[in-house]
Design a protein around this ligand. Structure first.
Ligand SMILES: [Zn+2]
Length: 282
């Protein structure tokens, strides 16, 4: 049982209690010194839901809320749900199910409306949206950006943060501008799967050493994540749940205490308004 003198937060991972490792992954994380998790719902289609209305997302979100409740009992800190609609859904709808881009947009916006209800009730910490990371038609790109802007409308209304899945980039100035127009602080726009630096938002940095070194060196606000997908069919597809604690260990060995405090105490506080130290019972 590893223990650090600091909270250790994985800002983006998935748990699939029915098909994946679920709480066993949480135990691995905790045994390695991990304390807090932000658990993002899996894409609706991977849980076997063929959504047709915004309400159809509800069981997807409830699965996450439930596993978060159980994870919080295992962790020395706690877990929080991050709920939303995976941007890849637009292609499932348009390419596989015959939706036109506008109808796909409306359904995805309705799904985000349902996610926002959980935030308003205090059952989720943040929302998740984005746009495809692969080549799409102009119409699908425009529909996706409209969904993303709707996500920003909702976080302005709910006073929460927005995690984004986007194309691979270190510049999200366009999104930061849309956030600003809505009075959403730029830092509350979080790019998941990020490099070590980002213009326009807060990077949630994938926990490989090169990216972390970059983030630590710059000293700007950042978070750390694995994007563990908990999918038994793709065991090697992403980092495992022990990765963030191991990288924290490495950063501390390198004398990067300030970076650890940045990613695990200060940035969670400024972005989400959570106190990772006060929620630690040791
Ligand atoms: Zn993810």
């Amino acid at each position: 049982m590893q223990e650090f003198d600091t909270p250790v937060v994985d800002n983006h991972l998935h748990l699939d209690p029915d098909h994946g490792r679920g709480l066993e992954a949480v135990k691995d994380f905790a045994r390695s010194g991990g304390t807090h998790l932000l658990v993002v719902n899996k894409p609706s289609w991977l849980l076997g839901h063929e959504v047709e209305t915004g309400e159809d997302f509800r069981p997807v979100f409830e699965t996450t809320v439930e596993v978060v409740r159980e994870a919080s009992e295992i962790l020395p800190g706690r877990a929080w749900p991050v709920l939303g609609v995976h941007p890849g859904l637009v292609s499932k709808l348009v390419d596989d199910r015959g939706y036109d881009p506008e109808a796909a947009r409306d359904l995805m916006c309705a799904g985000l409306d349902t996610a926002a209800e959980f935030v308003r009730e205090g059952d989720a910490l943040a929302l998740k949206s984005g746009r495809p990371h692969y080549e799409v038609t102009d119409a699908v790109w425009e529909a996706s950006n409209a969904v993303l802007r709707h996500g920003l409308d909702l976080v302005a209304d709910c006073d929460c943060a927005l995690q984004l899945h986007t194309e691979s980039t270190t510049d999200l100035s366009d999104v930061a501008e849309w956030a600003d127009e809505r009075g959403v602080p730029g830092e509350r726009v979080i790019k998941h799967y990020a490099q070590g630096h980002l213009t326009g938002g807060t990077p949630s940095v994938m926990s490989d050493k090169d990216r972390l070194e970059d983030a630590a060196e710059r000293g700007e606000p950042f978070l750390m994540e694995t994007d563990f997908i908990d999918d038994p069919d793709r065991p090697g597809a992403v980092m495992g749940p022990k990765t963030v604690p191991r990288r924290v260990d490495w950063l501390l060995d390198e004398g990067r205490d300030a970076a650890v405090r940045n990613a695990h105490v200060e940035t969670p506080a400024s972005v989400y308004g959570v106190d990772t130290e006060a929620t630690l019972d040791r």
